[in-house]
Design a protein around this ligand. Structure first.
Ligand code: M6R
Length: 374
């Protein structure tokens, strides 16, 4: 039930600290050895033969996979490619050896993802060479789903039932799962020092508290800000690096529940075309968190401001972020865990814009919670 919340989506946004708490107590207890710092339900040798990863997913799950790919490549050093499941099904790349295929679907019922996984399993099973054997892993919130029947290794994100069509807490659960996988790969492959691994684990452990504070603050801030969007027709979300998928996810959230046209772009790409769209009627929401692309992200935001766009920033409250017309402040955390925080104002902003317009947030037009046709 919705309790005191007006919509399930808002309730589920508020449930995210609990999602993180549960995930941490299940997968990241603090007594694990440094060679295997995450409690995953399969033998650690599972990770050892893998040289490459491909991830198949749709919608929000694909955005979580993109953050995952960033972590798997940049933190754990393992080449990773993310595919739209619907495209992979009909145009898969040539087979590569020692590859892990991860299917991500919160419902476990998305037809595009299930059939892409089945096709991949079939073509690998037809190969006699052991190097090309089918190795699959499913990431889901539904351990009794078609995915769980189809794929033998399953990682439960354990977010609890999500009712709103717009995925929120399951996205956080999927992100956390990828943190767990990246940490495990990094530990097994010795891609990171014990200290770096411990540091990331500890940052994750402090997440629930940070999320609690952030959700309270941003719920108020974004509700106020949403009034300025009454007439807005176009919103562009910019992000870079590990936060580029968060810009994509923010645009998807906004379009699905508010029906406002929204695009997510890697900020550096704006000057190659999309900047022509900007004028004072367009809102630009730019993620600029401390890290290797901080200055670049700010200068991309400046370029948008110079075209009179209304500029909203998501980043730390420091003198450099004064350029924003409105700042949705994020604590200064390491770049690695920043997507787990930047997603919060994005979800809340979309929610309040749609709620302010009086729309049916939990059941947006033309959409269903799971898409069981290809
Ligand atoms: O159940 P899945 O995770 O496979 O669903 C994939 C997409 O249909 C889903 O994420 C969709 O994009 C959501 N409505 C997003 O909020």
């Amino acid at each position: 039930e919705k309790g005191n919340f007006r919509h399930f989506m808002l309730k589920e946004i508020f449930e995210q600290p609990a999602t993180a708490d549960l995930w941490i107590s299940r997968y990241l207890p603090d007594d694990l050895p440094v060679e295997a710092p995450v409690a995953l339900p399969f033998d650690n040798s599972f990770f050892d033969p893998i040289e490459e990863i491909q991830i198949l997913a749709c919608g929000t799950s694909r955005h979580a996979a993109m953050v995952g790919a960033y972590l798997l490549e940049q933190f754990a050093g393992i080449p990773t490619t993310v595919f739209f499941a619907s495209e992979f099904r009909y145009a898969a790349p040539p087979l590569a050896p020692n590859t892990l295929t991860i299917g991500v679907t919160q419902s476990g019922e998305t037809a595009d993802t299930l059939s892409a996984l089945a096709m991949e399993h079939e073509r690998r099973s037809a190969c006699n060479d052991i190097a090309f054997a089918s190795r699959q892993l499913g990431v889901t919130n539904m351990v009794e789903s078609s995915l769980a029947r189809q794929v033998s290794n399953i990682l439960d994100i354990g977010a609890g039932l999500e009712v709103g069509v717009a995925a929120t807490k399951t996205f956080l659960g999927q992100l956390l799962t990828f943190y767990g996988l990246a940490i495990m790969f990094a530990a097994r492959r010795k891609a990171r020092s014990a200290n770096e691994i411990l540091d990331l684990c500890n940052q994750l452990r402090s997440l629930p508290k940070q999320l609690r504070n952030l959700i309270e603050t941003h719920n108020e801030l974004t509700e106020k800000l949403s009034h300025q969007f009454s007439e807005t027709k176009d919103v562009i979300f910019l992000g870079r690096g590990i936060n580029y998928p968060i810009a994509l996810e923010a645009a998807l959230k906004l379009k699905e529940i508010s029906y406002i046209h929204a695009e997510g772009y890697p900020a550096g790409e704006m000057k190659h075309g999309p900047i022509a769209l900007l004028d004072k009627k367009v809102a630009v929401v730019s993620i600029a968190t401390k890290g290797i692309v901080f200055e670049k992200a700010l200068s991309n935001a400046q370029e948008a401001k110079a075209r009179d766009a209304c500029l909203i920033g998501i980043g730390p409250k420091v003198p450099e972020t004064d350029i924003f017309d409105h700042l949705l402040p994020i604590p200064q955390v390491s770049e690695w865990i920043s997507p787990l925080l930047t997603i919060i104002p994005m979800q809340l902003l979309s929610y309040h814009i749609a709620a302010h317009r009086g729309l049916d947030v939990d059941q947006p037009r033309n959409l269903a919670k799971s898409v069981t046709v290809e």
